[in-house]
Design a protein around this ligand. Structure first.
Ligand SMILES: *[C@@H]1O[C@H](CO)[C@@H](O)[C@H](O)[C@H]1NC(C)=O
Ligand SMILES: *[C@@H]1O[C@H](CO)[C@@H](O)[C@H](O)[C@H]1NC(C)=O
Ligand SMILES: *[C@@H]1O[C@H](CO)[C@@H](O)[C@H](O)[C@H]1NC(C)=O
Ligand SMILES: *[C@@H]1O[C@H](CO)[C@@H](O)[C@H](O)[C@H]1NC(C)=O
Ligand SMILES: *[C@@H]1O[C@H](CO)[C@@H](O)[C@H](O)[C@H]1NC(C)=O
Ligand SMILES: *[C@@H]1O[C@H](CO)[C@@H](O)[C@H](O)[C@H]1NC(C)=O
Ligand SMILES: *[C@@H]1O[C@H](CO)[C@@H](O)[C@H](O)[C@H]1NC(C)=O
Ligand SMILES: *[C@@H]1O[C@H](CO)[C@@H](O)[C@H](O)[C@H]1NC(C)=O
Length: 634
C-alpha cells in the first residue's frame, strides 16, 4: 500500500511539473495554475500561521478531497473558499478572487478584515457569500448585482456605508446587511422588500419600508450631501461646512419647490389638454380608414353602446373630445377619468388581455355584467368594442377607492382618520353587493365577483359604497385571471384548483380584516409593497391573545365600538376559513353584519388618542366617565 501511495504522489508531482512546463491552464486537465497562484497570493496577504503551515504542496487533484484547509474543489477547480474564525486582520485586494471563475461559496465570516469589499465581476457562479463579522468599510460593490445565481449574501456586522444597491435577483433568498453604517432608502425592489426588518436592523440612517422610518426629502438631501462632502479627511472644516450645507439645503428646497409649482401649473394645463382621443390611437386610424373606404360596410367601427338606453346622453365623438386624466393601472387595463363638455364625468377603462371572443359572445358577456344592478355595484354605463379596442364606461366615484382611503397618507399630517362608522358602512355595502351577485349567478363553480379587494371598492358621495370590477373573469383568458384575480389566490385554488361562490366569501373575509387591522394583505398588495398574510396573522394573534393589537389604532381608540369590531372580526375569521365548506353563505354574512349596531354616541365623538389596551384594562384612569357607559351590547 505505501508504495502505491508513493507512486500516486510521484505521478501528481510529475503531472504538476509537466503542466507548469507547458504553461497549460486548461480546465479539462483538472489543474489551474492561476487559481493556485491566486490562493498563494491570498495566503501571503493574510500572514496567518495556520495557512502558512497548511497551504503548501498540492492544492487539489482530480476528485480527491482537497489538500488545503478551507478550500473546496471540483475537477481541480476551486469552488469554495471557507476561512472562518481565522483572526485575519489584513486587507484583501479588490481583484483577489478574480481568478476563481468557478467559485460558488465564499466565506470569511468572523475575522477582522479591514478595507473595501472585493470585486465580484468574475465570479458569476457565486451562490453563497458570507463576509459577516469583519471590519469591511466603504460601499457595497455594484458587481454583486450581476451575480444571477446568488442565493445568500451576508454582510452583517461590518462598517459598510452608502446606500443599498438595487438587488433584484429572484434567486436571492437570504440577505443580511444589519449592523453596518448604511444610509438612505431601502430600494423598493421585489427582492429587497421580501426580507424582514432583521435583515436591515442596526443601520440608523436607513429609511423606508420595512423600517418604520419615513424617508423625508430632507433626509435624502442631507444624506447625499454628506456623502459628497468627503468628510473623512476634512474634519476640522466640517462644522463650517455643515453651516454652508444647511444654507445650500434651504436654497435647494426653495428651488425645488419653485420648480414644482411651475411644473404643477404646466401639468394642470397639459392634463386639461389631453383628450380621450389621444389615448386611443387605434380609433383614429380606424376613423380615417373608414372615411377612405366609405363604400365598404362599417366593418369594425364600433359604436358606444349604452347599457340603459335612457342614459344615452352622449356620443362616441363627445367622449373622444373629452379631456382625460389617468386614474391608474388596473389589473385588466388602464383607467381614465374623462370630463365631457357638459360637465359629465365618467371613468373609461381600456380592457386588455381579453379572451379572443367573437363580437356576439363579447356583447353577451357584457350584457351579463351590466344586468347586475344594485345600489352597491358600480354601474357599467356603456361599452365600446372594435377589433383592437374595448372600453368600459363606468360611473365616477368621487372619493376614490378603499385601498387609498385605508392606507394612503399614513403618518402624514394630511391623513384624515378613517372612522369605524365608515368602515362598517363599507363592510355592509360590500356584503350586499356580493349577495346580489351571488343571488343572480346560477353556476356554483365560479366566483361571481372573482376579484374583490380594497382597490375595487369605491367610495362615492355620502359614504355610498360601490363595488367594481365584478364579472370580468368571463372576459379574461384563464392564465391571466389565474395570475391577477383574487379568487385564484384562495386556499382552495392553491390546493385543489377549485373555485366557488365561497371564494368570494374568502376575499370578503380578507377585506374585512384589512378594514379592521389597517394592514395590507399580501395577496392583493401591489408589487414593491410588503403585504401580510392577514388571515394567518389574525388567527395567530387571536390564539396568542394579543387581540388588542389587531385593530387599526385609528379605530381602536373608538372604545364604544369595540364590541362591534370584535363581532366583525369573528365574522371575518369564519369567512377566511381555509376550508370553503366551513365558510358561511354570503346571505348569512349580510344578516350578521347588518346586526352589528353602530351607535352614534358610542365613541365616534369620543375620539381620543389613548391606546385601546389602556382603555380596555385600566378604566379607573379614564377621565371621561361617559365613555365607560357607552358599551351598548350589555
Ligand atoms: C490571475 O491570473 C493571472 C494569469 O492568468 C495572473 O496574471 C494574475 O496575477 C492572477 N491574479 C491574482 C490576484 O492572482
Ligand atoms: C507576519 O506575522 C508575524 C507574527 O505572526 C510577524 O512577526 C511578521 O512580521 C508578519 N509579517 C509581515 C510581512 O508583516
Ligand atoms: C491541511 O489541512 C487539511 C484539513 O485540515 C488536512 O487534511 C491536510 O493534511 C493539511 N495539510 C498539511 C500539509 O498540513
Ligand atoms: C470568532 O473568531 C474568533 C477567533 O478569531 C473566535 O475566538 C471566536 O470564538 C469566533 N466567534 C464566533 C462567534 O464564532
Ligand atoms: C458612520 O458613518 C459616518 C459617516 O458617514 C461616520 O461619521 C460615523 O462615525 C460612522 N459610524 C460608525 C459607527 O462607524
Ligand atoms: C424585480 O424583479 C421582478 C421579477 O423578479 C420584477 O417584476 C420587478 O419589476 C423588478 N424590479 C423591481 C423594481 O422590483
Ligand atoms: C441578520 O444578522 C443579525 C446579526 O447577526 C441577526 O440578529 C439577524 O437575525 C439576522 N437576520 C436575518 C434575517 O438573518
Ligand atoms: C476624498 O478626498 C481625497 C483627497 O482629499 C481623495 O483622494 C478621495 O478620492 C476623495 N474621496 C471621495 C469619495 O471624494
Amino acid at each position: 500500500m505505501p508504495s502505491s501511495n508513493f507512486f500516486k504522489f510521484l505521478l501528481i508531482v510529475f503531472l504538476m511539473d509537466l503542466h507548469k512546463l507547458t504553461m497549460a491552464e486548461d480546465s479539462s486537465n483538472g489543474y489551474h495554475g492561476n487559481e493556485r497562484d491566486a490562493l498563494l497570493a491570498l495566503k501571503e496577504g493574510f500572514n496567518n500561521s495556520v495557512l502558512d503551515g497548511n497551504w503548501t504542496g498540492i492544492m487539489c487533484y482530480m476528485n480527491d478531497a482537497p489538500y488545503w484547509e478551507g478550500i473546496q474543489c471540483l475537477n481541480g477547480r476551486v469552488t469554495g473558499i471557507i476561512l472562518e474564525n481565522m483572526g485575519f486582520t489584513r486587507k484583501i485586494k479588490a481583484d483577489a478572487i478574480a481568478n476563481f471563475t468557478e467559485l460558488s461559496i465564499l466565506s470569511f465570516k468572523n475575522n477582522s478584515i479591514p478595507g473595501n469589499l472585493m470585486d465580484f465581476t468574475n465570479n458569476q457562479k457565486l451562490k453563497n457569500i458570507d463576509l459577516s463579522g469583519n471590519d469591511f468599510h466603504g460601499e457595497i460593490p455594484l458587481s454583486l448585482l450581476s451575480l444571477n445565481s446568488l442565493e445568500s449574501l451576508q454582510l452583517q456586522g461590518n462598517k459598510l456605508t452608502g446606500s443599498i444597491p438595487e438587488f433584484n435577483q429572484s434567486s436571492l433568498k437570504t440577505f443580511n446587511v444589519s449592523y453596518n453604517n448604511l444610509s438612505g432608502e431601502i430600494p423598493e425592489t421585489r427582492t429587497l422588500q421580501s426580507y424582514g426588518l432583521s435583515s436591515y436592523i442596526g443601520n440608523e440612517k436607513l429609511c423606508g419600508p420595512p423600517t418604520s422610518t419615513y424617508c423625508s426629502t430632507r433626509n435624502y438631501l442631507s444624506d447625499t450631501n454628506s456623502e459628497n462632502s468627503n468628510s473623512s479627511d476634512k474634519k476640522d472644516k466640517s462644522s463650517r461646512f455643515a453651516a454652508i450645507l444647511v444654507v445650500v439645503d434651504v436654497i435647494v428646497l426653495v428651488v425645488i419647490l419653485f420648480l414644482f409649482i411651475i411644473y404643477y401649473k404646466k401639468y394642470q394645463k397639459l392634463k386639461k389638454e389631453t383628450k380621450v382621443k389621444n389615448l386611443l390611437p387605434n380609433d383614429e386610424e380606424q376613423d380615417s380608414k373608414n372615411q377612405n373606404r366609405a363604400t365598404e360596410p362599417e366593418r369594425e367601427r364600433g359604436k358606444l353602446m349604452f347599457t340603459d338606453s335612457k342614459e344615452a346622453r352622449f356620443e362616441l365623438d363627445d367622449l373622444l373630445k373629452a379631456s382625460a386624466e389617468g386614474l391608474g393601472k388596473g389589473n385588466f387595463g388602464n383607467c381614465y377619468k374623462a370630463m365631457m363638455e357638459g360637465g359629465l364625468v365618467v371613468v373609461v377603462k381600456r380592457l386588455r388581455d381579453l379572451k379572443p371572443l367573437s363580437s356576439e359572445e363579447f356583447v353577451r358577456q357584457v350584457k351579463a355584467i351590466s344586468d347586475h344592478k344594485h345600489p352597491n355595484l358600480l354601474p357599467l354605463l356603456a361599452y365600446y368594442h372594435s377589433k383592437d379596442e374595448k372600453l368600459f364606461l363606468y360611473k365616477f366615484a368621487s372619493h376614490g377607492n378603499l385601498y387609498n382611503r385605508l392606507h394612503g397618507g399614513r403618518g402624514t399630517r394630511e391623513r384624515v382618520p378613517f372612522r369605524w362608522s365608515t368602515r362598517l358602512a363599507v363592510a355592509r355595502g360590500a356584503a350586499r353587493a356580493l349577495e346580489h351577485l351571488h343571488q343572480n349567478t346560477k353556476s356554483q363553480s365560479t366566483a361571481p365577483h372573482g376579484n374583490l379587494k380594497s382597490s375595487n371598492v369605491l367610495l362615492d358621495d355620502n359614504e355610498e359604497i360601490l363595488v367594481s370590477d365584478y364579472g370580468l373573469a368571463s372576459l379574461v383568458a384563464l392564465p391571466i385571471a389565474a395570475q391577477r384575480m383574487i379568487s385564484y389566490k384562495t386556499p382552495e385554488y392553491q390546493s385543489h384548483k377549485r373555485i366557488s361562490k365561497k371564494s368570494d366569501v374568502w376575499s370578503y373575509g380578507c377585506l374585512l380584516l384589512e378594514l379592521l387591522t389597517g394592514r395590507i394583505p399580501a395577496h392583493s398588495a401591489s408589487p414593491g409593497i410588503n403585504g401580510v398574510d392577514l388571515c394567518g396573522w389574525v388567527h395567530r394573534a387571536v390564539r396568542e391573545e394579543w387581540t388588542a393589537e389587531i385593530f387599526d389604532s385609528e379605530i381602536a381608540v373608538q372604545r364604544g365600538a369595540n364590541q362591534g369590531m370584535l363581532n366583525l372580526l369573528q365574522i371575518a375569521m369564519r369567512c377566511c376559513d381555509k376550508s370553503p365548506e366551513k365558510r358561511p353563505e354570503i346571505r348569512q354574512v349580510v344578516a350578521e353584519v347588518e346586526e352589528i349596531k353602530f351607535t352614534a354616541d358610542s365613541g365616534d365623538e369620543e375620539y381620543s388618542y389613548s391606546s385601546l389596551e389602556r382603555s380596555l384594562t385600566d378604566d379607573s384612569q379614564s377621565t371621561a366617565p361617559s365613555m365607560v357607559v357607552a358599551d351598548d351590547q350589555n
